[in-house]
Design a binder for this molecule. Structure first.
Ligand SMILES: Cc1cc2nc3c(=O)[nH]c(=O)nc-3n(C[C@H](O)[C@H](O)[C@H](O)COP(=O)(O)OP(=O)(O)OC[C@H]3O[C@@H](n4cnc5c(N)ncnc54)[C@H](O)[C@@H]3O)c2cc1C
Length: 390
């Protein structure tokens, strides 16, 4: 056999026969971040990437812009994938957030009032995935593999339609909202000044996230959640008609908006796994919990899972290294810690959605007064800000 191919075969054999500490199944943002976090602690990690059909990535560019909170930014900074994102114009700080109801109700958060530099950052989804992938190339203990590899612990990060979760019998209760999110990039005639806008207009929820791509200072990420049928119509409209519908829905406050990318549609649901861990396996991210994107929290929750699991496993290294990584009692500590924040956020987003989905007049007046009341109730507002931005 040729020397080079003998070397490759030896490397391949070593890889397939190696038993890793952790096999991370699914290389979305949550799986990539977990692989990086565990590698930094010295664990050997196999990261399983799904095979992409040729041309799939180019055909479906991710036009989403994620709102990421301080906890997520802190984790990304630790993983050394944060610094270059604001520098390339792929992350924009939110200084002010204006939420409007469907009848004069109004709630506003400002960084100044919350005594923070920014409420959140709006981050280019594709650029974030790219930075994570680049960091992985330099991660000393991560092997990128195409098939599940033997490991002490299987971390399932396959997203909401996870087949491995199904095979493990974890159970997943899911409720489809009958709504679809239409996402796109926009440019605006006026500068965004770091202001994020959101309108609850029964049954639509329209969000504009200040952004610097494609035009610095004048772009927004759009997330427009509408009934599925309406989404089909919006997707089919030509650009001029779509812009007209969008400007009518947003009104004049942010300035005249124009599409600046393809549109993408995402069917929306709420879901939660019945079991999050078992002997030798654990669920993270959308594989464990799915929420409506109206509060921009799904990935924040997933990165919170990553930070917690990484800490639980690091504590075990220091204090109980005799315990196997797949020990269910060990993994239950992670599950207990994540139960409350993920459940609270699911209830908040689901409650808000249902409150504003009812068309009746008395309820409309009540919810709008409620929104304005929250605006004036400082402790409640602080609590809400803590849930969303920390
Ligand atoms: C319109 C919209 C806007 C959003 N906005 C925000 C926001 O502003 N802020 C926020 O925090 N969240 C937001 N979210 C939520 C966020 O997108 C998700 O919570 C997040 O992407 C979940 O990441 P994940 O890695 O868990 O799952 P995914 O992103 O779904 O990644 C799962 C990965 O696993 C792979 N995979 C699946 N099966 C297998 C297999 N068998 N083997 C190997 N690989 C497999 C998939 O190909 C994929 O790469 C938004 C969601 C939507 C739809």
């Amino acid at each position: 056999m040729h020397a080079a191919s003998a070397g490759q075969a030896a490397a391949y054999n070593a890889l397939v026969t190696k038993r890793f500490d952790v096999c991370v199944q699914g290389a979305g943002a949550v799986g990539k971040a977990l692989a990086l976090a565990l590698s930094r602690q010295g664990f050997s990690v196999a990261l399983v990437q799904a095979a992409q059909p040729p041309g799939a990535a180019a055909a479906r560019e991710d036009v989403r812009a994620y709102a990421l909170n301080a906890g997520s930014i802190g984790l990304l900074a630790e993983l050394k994938v944060w610094e270059s994102l604001p520098a390339q114009g792929a992350a924009t700080p939110v200084l002010d957030m204006r939420i409007e109801g469907d009848s004069r109700g109004r709630l506003e958060f400002s960084a100044w009032e919350q005594r923070v530099r920014e409420l959140a950052w709006i981050v280019d989804a594709a650029a974030l995935e790219q930075e994570l992938a680049t960091a992985l190339r330099f991660a000393p203990h991560v092997s990128l593999v195409g098939e599940p590899a033997p490991a002490e612990l299987l971390a399932v990060c396959e997203g909401k339609a996870s087949a491995t979760r199904e095979a493990l019998g974890a159970g997943f209760e899911q409720h489809a909202y009958g709504q679809t999110a239409v996402a796109a990039r926009l440019v605006c005639e006026r500068e965004h000044m770091g202001v994020a806008w959101q309108w609850f207009r029964s049954p639509d929820v329209l969000a504009l996230l200040p952004f610097d791509r494609p035009e610095a200072g004048r772009s927004f990420g759009l997330v427009w959640s509408v009934p599925a049928e309406r989404a089909q119509q919006l997707m089919a409209l030509d650009e001029a008609d779509f812009n007209a519908a969008l400007n009518e829905a947003a009104g004049p406050a942010p300035g005249m908006l124009k599409l600046a990318s393809q549109r993408a549609a995402w069917p929306l649901s709420i879901g939660r796994a019945a079991r999050w861990c078992g002997p030798g396996w654990v669920l993270l991210g959308d594989a464990a919990h799915v929420v409506h994107p109206l509060a921009g929290q799904g990935l924040n929750l997933g990165l919170g899972d990553v930070a917690t699991l990484a800490r639980v496993l690091a504590e075990r290294q220091r204090e109980e290294s005799w315990r196997p990584l797949g020990d269910e009692r060990l993994l239950s500590r992670y599950v207990r810690e994540r139960a409350s924040p993920t459940w609270t956020m699911a209830q908040l987003t689901d409650g808000l959605l249902h409150l504003f989905a009812q068309p009746g007049l008395p309820l409309r007046e009540l919810r709008n007064s409620g929104l304005t009341l929250v605006h004036h109730l400082k402790p409640l507002k602080r609590w809400l800000a803590g849930q969303a931005f920390k």
